[in-house]
Design a protein around this ligand. Structure first.
Ligand SMILES: C=C1C[C@]23C[C@@]1(O)CC[C@H]2[C@@]12CC[C@H](O)[C@@](C)(C(=O)O1)[C@H]2[C@@H]3C(=O)O
Ligand SMILES: O=C(O)CCC(=O)C(=O)O
Ligand SMILES: [Fe+2]
Length: 329
């Protein structure tokens, strides 16, 4: 079989927008500077698995600089971008997501992140200083968002009364912790406005890690699935960050938190740029329900596994698969 580097548009699934696909005004919002933010975060993770955080202490000038550099990168000629591709898993990817045939109307850069010192995988365009579009904003962003993830996990531990308080955030600040950073660009596509359709930008899935911290420009497209199975649109907010509960946090809480299914629909009229930092534990880290969160007589819902086991299984799966299924008891 010949696999084309760039899939044709007709390979990308079309989605008919719901007639009443209004914005979900009830996305939980937590102000991190306020008292009781720990309890509010826990409630949001239990109810929705997704929460917008404000007063997050990530400097907006860093965010804006990184966004401007990202836009410049994606505006570069295709041949230039492809010197860093195809993504396997790191590098530049165009329409193909992951190794198992998933496609979407998206181009992206995927970086592997090491913890200490915080650094990201190199790519050919980064090695040519004259062509390198990314300045210090990339590292500054990673440092600030990692601190945000650590603060959020510490608050969650406080809200769940987990001792020691640094048990959860320790998993993502550990020297061996396994991070990923993704810059996504969903190009505008005026044709979509004329058809009553949206193309799949990023198909529905859960994130495998502990949490992901997502930020986008002011373009719509992100949707989450609620517990009743309905899809709702997330109003974009370029000043805020969204915390996405991942599969590992679902397991650590024995299913009390649910990893949220989410997807991006290509909007047509405006391009969308998003930046997502995925926080995974060390590869050898054991992922199992925390005994202190288990009620009397409560049994673990999952077989024991390490993050390395889970990652290996994830990379054999399709985007929309229920990856936790094979680890359930
Ligand atoms: C289809 C795939 C892409 C993905 C690896 C996988 O085989 C299944 C999980 C996918 C996902 C979803 C969340 C993140 O975007 C991602 C980087 C991750 O950790 O798991 C992607 C993977 C990818 O794009 O490589
Ligand atoms: O681009 C987005 O807003 C979300 C992308 C996403 O869910 C992912 O990269 O895992
Ligand atoms: Fe995701």
């Amino acid at each position: 079989m010949v696999v084309l580097a760039n899939p044709a548009l007709d390979e990308i699934p079309l989605v008919r927008p719901q007639k009443h696909g209004a914005f979900f005004s009830a996305i939980p919002v937590v102000d991190l500077s306020r008292p009781f933010s720990a309890e509010a975060l826990v409630k949001a993770c239990e109810d929705v698995g997704f929460v917008k955080v404000i007063n997050h202490n990530v400097p907006m000038d860093v965010v804006q600089r990184l966004e401007a550099e990202t836009v410049k990168f994606f505006e570069m000629p295709q041949v230039f971008k492809e010197t860093s591709g195809p993504a396997d898993p790191f590098g530049y990817g165009n329409k193909r997501i992951g190794p198992n045939g998933d496609v979407g109307l998206v181009e992206y850069l995927l970086f592997g992140i090491t913890s200490k010192p915080l650094s990201y995988t190199s790519m050919s365009f980064l090695e040519e200083p004259s062509a390198c579009l990314f300045g210090p904003a990339l590292s500054e962003y990673l440092v600030a968002v990692k601190k945000l993830a650590s603060d959020v996990l510490e608050l969650i531990a406080e809200g769940l009364k987990i001792e020691p308080r640094d048990l959860l955030n320790g998993l993502v600040t550990d020297e061996q912790s396994d991070g990923l950073f993704r810059l996504n660009h969903y190009p505008r596509c005026p044709l979509l406005e004329r058809l009553d359709r949206s193309w799949t930008g990023f198909g529905e899935h859960t994130d495998p890690q502990i949490i992901s911290v997502l930020r986008s420009n002011n373009t719509t497209g992100l949707q989450i699935s609620l517990k009743n199975g309905s899809w709702v649109s997330v109003p974009p907010d370029q000043e805020s960050f969204f915390i996405v509960v991942g599969d590992c946090l679902q397991v650590l809480t024995n299913g009390r938190f649910k990893s949220v299914r989410h997807r991006v629909l290509a909007n047509g009229s405006k391009s969308r740029v998003s930046m997502i930092y995925f926080f995974g534990p060390p590869p050898a880290g054991k992922i199992a329900p925390l005994s202190q969160l288990m009620g009397e007589g409560e049994q673990s819902k999952y077989k024991e596994f390490t993050w390395a086991d889970y990652k290996k299984a994830a990379y054999k799966s399709r985007l929309g698969d229920n990856r936790l299924g094979q680890f359930e008891k």
